[in-house]
Every structure is written in C-alpha cells, then in structure tokens.
Design a protein around this ligand. Structure first.
Ligand code: ZN
Length: 490
C-alpha cells in the first residue's frame, strides 16, 4: 500500500516547492537560451540578462516602463483550453527599495469580442528578493480568445526581473498545490508530526507519507537528506504550520536562516574524512574546484552540466558555496553535490575581502555559511576558500579550517575561453605541473561548463583522476591543518 501510494505520487508529482511534474508542464520560461516567446506589451524594453536569476543563469529584465501594464507577455496557444483550469506561477524581483504590488494577469477577448484583463494572482513583492507568485487552479474564462499571460504592477513603474514562468495542467486526477511542502502526511498541518512520520518511515515503520510534499530535493527518492531539508524548512521565514489549500504567493525564495549551534573546532585540528577507496594513488590526479555557486540545477544550468560531466567520468570535485546566494530554490544543487560525493565547501557568506574584517567578523562569515551547509549535508566542518584568495594573519589565525587557494587559475572569471582553459590544463599535463594541483574555476560560466565537459573524458582517457581537495590530500597522504593556506598538494 505504501509503495503503491508513493509510486503513484512520484509519477504524478516531483520537484521542489511547486510539486509539479514534467509531463503536465505546459510552459516553462527560464530565458536560458532565448526569450521563450515573451515580448514587451507596450514601449518597455525586455532583455535577457545574467545580472540576476531565480533559476539557471538568465532572467528577463523589464525596463523603461511608462505604464503599470507594461511588462512581458506571452501568447497562450491552443494547448490551453478556455473554460479549463491551470496552475500558473512566476518568480519576480524588483529593487525599487520598497514593496511593489505585482500581478500575473490574463488578457483575452470575450465572446462579444471585447478585451478583458483579469488578475490570476496579485501579491506585494518586497524589494531586493525573488518572490514567487503562484495560483494553483485558475480557470481561463470560457470562450476566451486571443489570450496573453503577462506580468505587471498595479501602479509602480519600477524595473523588474522575471524568471521561471510556469504553467501546469490541472487534469483533475492530482490535486496541484493542495498540500504544502513539508506537510508530508497530508493532514493539512506542517508540524512536528511530519518530522516524526518521516523518521518512522526511514526506520521502516508502516506510515504513509507523500512524495509530492516530502521529496524536498526532487530526486525521486525519500531519504535522510529530505528529512534534513524538512527540518531546515521549518527554520525558513516563509514557513507556517497551517496548510493553505488554495494559495497565492505561498512559496518565496527566501534566504535560509538557521539557528544551529556551530561546533567549536580547535585551531590546528583538521580531521580529513575523505573516502579515497575509489582513487588509485599511483595514478596522477588533480582537484578542480568551483566557486561562487549555487546557481541551481535543472534546465541545463552550468552547475548541472559540471555535475553531470564529473559524474559521467566517475570524478569528484570541490564546490565552494557563497552563503547568501543559497536559497530555497537552489539548495537542492548542494544536496545533489553531497549525494554525488562531491565536496561541499565554504566560500563565506557575503563574499567580502576577509582581510578587511575583524576576527569576529571573519568567523561570522564562515559560520553563517557553515550553518546552512550543515543543515543540508549533516557535515560539521567545511574547507574554506577566501574570496579573492585574500588572506592575512588574522584570517589564518581565526578560521578553524584549512584555507584552500589554488596553484592554477583557469581565469574563467577573466574571460578565458573554453579553449584557453582546456589548453592550459593540457599544457600542465604535459609539462608535469598538473599532478597534485588545485585548479580555480567558477561554476557560473558557460565557458567553464564547456571546458569541464571536454576535460573530464580527456583526463579519464589519459589515466587521470579528478578528485576533491580533501581526497587529493588524503590520497597523497598529506596532512592539512586549520589556518594553513594550500595552493596544491605536492
Ligand atoms: Zn568568489
């Protein structure tokens, strides 16, 4: 019974937060390769940009608006049947400095031929953070023709970003959005009983839980990672205990805060727990390392491409995560990295020059991100890469973990091309400087993803191993110490 229920729910629903499945998805506009059919409604400008994004690399930036109804619009084709019900959602962000009321609206011509404008969902959007507007069951008026989905404000003429515009069919067989993420037992309450039920399920007890609200990382499996994410979700500012059955704007990409106590690590102590059973220490190896994520997985994002290129060759790498970029929409990237045995590491919270900070400020930068990473992985301590590789004695004497800089810079941040990066690694292979090297890369460039896709099979074919930083040191039987700076392992 349990297995059947789960598989039924799995087949119907997956994904984080929205609880929707790919087969039913009628529209997804992420603006990753083009404008996905969206265009200006009036004289405003709509441009794809990497300046900000809710998912993936790109969003759509709407500027030069002279009327509140100026926004981006997409035509709804015959896929959507007037008189039927659909779920709609989008992510928006505005930086006006004050809340702005934004709405996802429908323009259509009614039976008499006159044009109508209706709001599918309307919500106050705070300045400076991504907000999801969602409506789980909106019925397109019967006989509506010339239908356009668009995003507008009620009066403010601010610029705004748009991303992840989604529409999903409501075929009546599955209640879309009926139960809130985290209400794993579907009792309309998201409370401690959900945690008890999840723990019981993981122990093999006969309880019924539902994947649409329990599969937090959307990987089709229910495990301790999802339970950890459930615990963390309860610390999210957006969390409430009661379940709204019909919701508007219930899911927001809020920054995660946690209250987890930080373990005290003694200076000098570093316990390298890497599993090197898959590594042949007699063969050459290199540690590729990726800064500045998470950028999110799915939709062929750069992080997905890098993860997959590594996994396809059986390789691992270290990812240094930037704490205040982690939100509820992209934290599954970190969980996926952890589940693939990649190394989850710390790139501070706000990416400052640590050399400008006091000891307590430096520690706070480490701890804020470590708390989030701990909630996602259950690990206690994380290697750190200082932003801009900037260290001084205060930094070294304060951070309770090894500091990982690099011996080779891919220069992806400085516009190196994919070919530049590949050539550089190949040259280092040939002149003997690659073995034991730590290579600096960033997960947010298409050029870097393409280079990793070329390099992994090439390195594998030539007998090389791509390993995490911790694996590199353990396999080469070199100790690491807190507060020491490491550029390579030779
Ligand atoms: Zn960085």
């Amino acid at each position: 019974m349990l297995a059947m229920l789960l598989s039924l729910q799995m087949a119907a629903l997956s994904g984080m937060g929205l609880g929707v499945c790919a087969e039913q998805r009628l529209l997804y506009a992420g603006f990753e390769s083009d404008t996905d059919g969206f265009a200006a409604r009036g004289g405003e400008t709509t441009t794809r940009t990497t300046a900000d994004a809710y998912e993936g690399q790109y969003s759509l930036l709407i500027r030069n608006r002279s009327d509140a109804w100026n926004g981006a619009a997409v035509s709804l084709d015959a896929t959507w049947i007037s008189g039927e019900s659909y779920a709609f959602s989008c992510a928006v962000k505005q930086n006006s400095g004050a809340p702005v009321t934004m709405q996802l609206s429908l323009q259509y011509d009614d039976a008499s031929g006159s044009t109508q404008y209706v709001q599918i969902v309307s919500s106050s959007v705070p300045s400076g953070s991504w907000t999801v507007l969602s409506q789980d069951a909106y019925t397109i008026p019967a006989a509506a023709t010339n239908r356009y989905l668009y995003i507008e404000t009620t009066e403010h003429l601010c610029d705004f970003y748009l991303d992840a515009v989604t529409s999903v069919s409501d075929d009546g067989s599955v209640p879309l959005f009926s139960y809130r993420l985290g209400d794993i037992n579907h009792d309309a309450q998201c409370n401690a009983q959900d945690i008890r039920d999840f723990a019981a399920y993981l122990q093999g007890d006969a309880v019924t839980i539902y994947a649409d609200t329990a599969d937090f990382d959307g990987n089709g499996r229910l495990n301790a990672i999802d339970l950890s994410l459930l615990r963390q979700w309860r610390c999210n500012p957006q969390f409430t205990e009661t379940t709204a059955v019909t919701t508007a704007a219930t899911t927001a990409a809020a920054t995660i805060t946690t209250t987890t106590a930080t373990p005290i690590l003694s200076p000098g102590q570093w316990n390298n727990t890497a599993d090197i059973s898959w590594i042949d220490p007699s063969k050459p190896m290199v540690a590729l390392s990726f800064d500045d994520g998470p950028v999110g997985i799915g939709n062929n994002s750069t992080a997905s491409r890098i993860h997959n290129a590594l996994s396809d060759s059986g390789f691992h790498a270290t990812f240094f995560y930037w704490g205040n970029r982690i939100n509820f929409g992209n934290q599954n990237e970190i969980v996926q990295a952890y589940e693939r045995d990649f190394e989850v590491a710390n790139h501070t919270y706000s990416h400052p020059y640590l050399t400008n900070l006091s000891a307590s400020e430096i520690l706070h930068e480490y701890n804020q991100t470590a708390d989030i990473l701990r909630g996602l992985t259950g690990q206690t301590a994380f290697l750190v890469r200082p932003p801009y590789l900037a260290v001084n004695d205060t930094v070294k004497n304060t951070l309770p973990v090894p500091l990982i800089n690099c011996g080779m810079d891919s220069a992806d941040w400085n516009n190196a091309s994919t070919a530049d990066m590949v050539n550089r690694i190949q040259a280092a292979m040939q002149n003997g400087t690659l073995n034991g090297q730590i290579v600096l890369m960033h997960e947010n460039y298409e050029t870097t993803a393409a280079a990793v896709e070329q390099l992994c099979p090439y390195l594998k074919a030539n007998g090389w191993q791509v390993v995490t930083v911790s694996e590199l040191f353990k396999a080469k039987e070199k100790e690491m110490y807190a507060g020491n700076v490491y550029n390579h392992c030779n």
